[in-house]
Design a protein. Structure first.
Length: 718
């Protein structure tokens, strides 16, 4: 529910010199495209805006529930008023900004405020979802609609009703109070999990002063480590757990003892006997979610989650994971055996391959087999040209253009803002690019929104503000930021999410853009990764940063031939993560086991390498503990089936075919959650997706009895 609100005197405060200062959140921004005035925000603005936003929303709810008129779709589901000062939801505005920055530009004060506000926000959300009078009105509208609703209105009504039911609206008062306690505790623990992980990852450093210990590292990795040391006020090189440093070290370092040390540092994060230990937090989160699901009438948390997913139920997920294991595990075992045999030719017959060796010897084997590695490609992937290439790809497919706008405020000097224009020249979106690691920024890569798309009551199409956040090696004094092919793929992945957000064109924000079922949301992102090895795409931008020469055709050929190198090993690894996720969230009884032991048992059928006794992934598995993918990590493999099938359509008609791209935009990217995802997919594809395209792309062949025409949606309709 959103409404426009007028500013009042609560927005006016005074600076120390008695000059009037206005909290930017509480008044119209007056910025280009109503973008956030990051340069004007102060820490104190957040709490004031949070509290005012809660007050205004409470006032709005009171107005709805006390309305003497018969409940209707308009006065109950989308109640709100427009005024001359514009359309915005204050609580959504401040929450979105604050929690996005908590991931991208955090500090101790921000984390302290998050600890203070999180329980208040969770209580406020519960106050709404457990309000019996409000639910009575929604229930009445669902049973007695006052008019014929549009398809999108009908979806919003159903989701509103189901959302209240899934939040406990049908529980008795005692059960509601118990649910409140469970959700408020889970909310705080999720926040604590993330804060512990960030602190623990940033706390570890391996300080190197002997250049011999850098043996094998390419110049790019040495430069990144030297810059990290310089920023920390140290001489020499600083090896951190940030991927631009950690990844190359594990791949290239000849110092096996240091690789082992770094591997254990990475894989024992949040397991140590200190304040950042996440063992008990994980156990409690799993138990809290099970209790919530069972309180709401479900056997397990997975049953609760999957009811609102494309997969629909656990049988479908299990079937997909088992199908993938049968298809890929034999090849994965062969890949690992070949890797160990290769390593023994270098190290001797007594050598035993360990996890900290896989990246190192994989690189050497790939180099021998295909005469290629990521450092050979890095000089051709200068960041500014990669950005230009990805933007031009979007233009070639969809006709959109990106224009930098220095008048749009950003939250850090590393961030760059762009205006995005549609193929007819009209403004489409604002795009923020935040590409480099720094203190206070979480590792990894993600896409987020600062403003979602919707159409307000006056018919104004409120366009989205999207952001892509990566952690790519910074430029140095004598070298620009150069990417690996894997980092190019990551950029394309997150850019695919951003296209999903930018092309949104629905009436209601809660149904727009990436607001789709979670096992469908990765389709647009993983789809874009396909272009990373396409010759016709790479030729548009990939040129040597010193000579300006394009990637040699022989090198491009080797890239494509190496496409499936260790692909089965990677797939089985992903399946193991999904098995771990499902093991936690299909529990019917309390989890009392040791977390590390439970983990090793949960994914055992997908593990093809001896497990380390002292490592644990669960305590740093943000996706399923704090990132919204609990009982949903399978979504990545599910979406991979979808995107391989979808890209096969582009292959048939041409990977840059504008008509096919327009259908993809019209049928999927612009529709958000306004229809069931299988309906959207079939509208584009003309039928259900099958696993066949993924197997063909990955070079996996099965016996005929296994290679059936498998459709990911067929289980759902039984």
């Amino acid at each position: 529910m959103r409404c426009a609100t007028k500013s009042d005197n609560s927005s006016i405060r005074y600076n120390s010199d008695n000059t009037v200062r206005t909290n930017p959140f509480l008044v119209p921004y007056g910025t280009p495209h109503d973008t956030i005035p990051f340069d004007k925000l102060q820490l104190s603005d957040y709490e004031e805006a949070f509290m005012e936003g809660i007050r205004r929303e409470d006032e709005q709810i009171e107005r709805i529930v006390n309305n003497p008129e018969r409940p209707t779709f308009d006065n109950t589901i989308i109640d709100g008023k427009d005024d001359s000062e514009g359309y915005y939801d204050l609580l959504d505005r401040v929450s979105t900004t604050f929690f996005n920055l908590l991931s991208a530009e955090s500090n101790d004060d921000m984390e302290a405020l998050a600890q203070k506000m999180q329980p208040l926000l969770t209580k406020h959300a519960n106050d709404i979802s457990l309000n019996p009078k409000l639910f009575e009105r929604i229930q009445y509208v669902k049973r007695h609609p006052d008019r014929k609703l549009t398809d999108e209105e009908r979806v919003l009504l159903n989701e509103s009703y189901e959302g209240f039911v899934r939040s406990g609206a049908l529980l008795d008062e005692q059960q509601k109070q118990h649910l409140r306690a469970l959700t408020e505790e889970a909310s705080m623990l999720s926040l604590q999990f993330s804060q512990n992980l960030l602190k623990e990852e940033k706390a570890f450093t391996l300080h190197i002063t002997d250049p011999q210990q850098l043996d094998g590292l390419p110049d790019s990795a040495r430069d990144a480590a030297q810059m990290a040391a310089k920023e920390a006020g140290k001489e020499g090189w600083l090896i951190t757990l940030d991927m631009p440093i950690y990844g190359p070290f594990m791949t290239y370092s000849t110092q096996r003892d240091l690789r082992r040390q770094l591997y254990h540092a990475k894989n024992t994060v949040c397991t140590h006997d200190n304040d950042n230990n996440n063992f008990e937090i994980c156990r409690r989160l799993v138990n809290l979610r099970r209790e919530v699901a069972q309180l709401l009438g479900y056997k397990t948390y997975a049953d609760y989650v999957l009811k609102e997913r494309m997969a629909s139920n656990r049988r479908t997920v299990d079937r997909l994971l088992n199908q993938l294991l049968k298809a890929y595990k034999p090849t994965a075992k062969n890949e690992l055996r070949e890797l160990e045999r290769f390593a023994k030719t270098i190290e001797g017959k007594s050598f035993r391959l360990q996890p900290w060796d896989v990246s190192f010897y994989s690189h050497k084997l790939q180099l021998q087999r295909y005469r290629i590695d990521s450092e050979m490609l890095r000089p051709y992937f200068r960041l500014d040209r990669v950005i230009e290439g990805v933007f031009n790809l979007a233009n070639r497919l969809y006709g959109i253009t990106f224009k930098p706008n220095a008048d749009i405020s950003v939250y850090h000097p590393d961030v760059k803002a762009y205006e995005v224009f549609d193929n007819d020249g009209s403004y489409l979106a604002t795009f923020y690019a935040d590409f480099h690691p720094r203190k206070g920024k979480q590792s990894g890569a993600w896409m987020t929104e600062y403003q979602g798309q919707c159409i307000d009551r006056k018919g104004r199409n409120i366009r989205p503000h999207v952001s892509v956040v990566l952690n790519i090696t910074k430029p140095t004094a004598d070298k620009p930021s150069l990417l690996t092919l894997g980092e190019v793929e990551t950029f394309l992945h997150e850019f695919g999410h951003s296209l999903h957000g930018m092309f949104a064109n629905t009436r209601f924000e809660s149904l727009s853009g990436t607001n789709v079922r979670w096992d469908f949301v990765e389709l647009p992102s993983q789809f874009m990764e396909n272009y990373a090895i396409e010759r016709d795409f790479l030729n548009t931008f990939a040129r040597h940063y010193q000579t300006d020469e394009p990637i040699p055709s022989r090198l491009l050929s080797r890239i494509r031939r190496s496409r499936n190198f260790m692909v089965a090993y990677g797939c089985v690894r992903q399946v193991s993560f999904s098995l771990l996720d499902m093991a936690y969230y299909t529990l019917k009884t309390p989890l009392n086991d040791d977390i590390a032991s439970f983990e090793k048992q949960a994914w055992r059928k997908a593990v093809i390498m001896p497990q380390q006794t002292d490592t644990c992934m669960t305590v740093q598995f943000s996706h399923i503990m704090a990132g919204g993918y609990a009982a949903g990590y399978y979504s990545y493999k599910w979406a991979e089936v979808l995107e391989a099938d979808a890209f096969s359509v582009f292959r048939k008609h041409g990977i840059f075919d504008k008509n096919t791209a327009q259908r993809f935009r019209d049928c999927i990217l612009s529709k958000g959650g306004t229809q069931h995802p299988m309906t959207l997919y079939k509208n584009f594809r003309g039928g259900e997706p099958t696993i066949s395209a993924l197997l063909r792309r990955d070079g996996i062949r099965l016996p005929k009895e296994r290679n059936k025409h498998y459709t990911v949606g067929s289980e759902k309709r039984k």
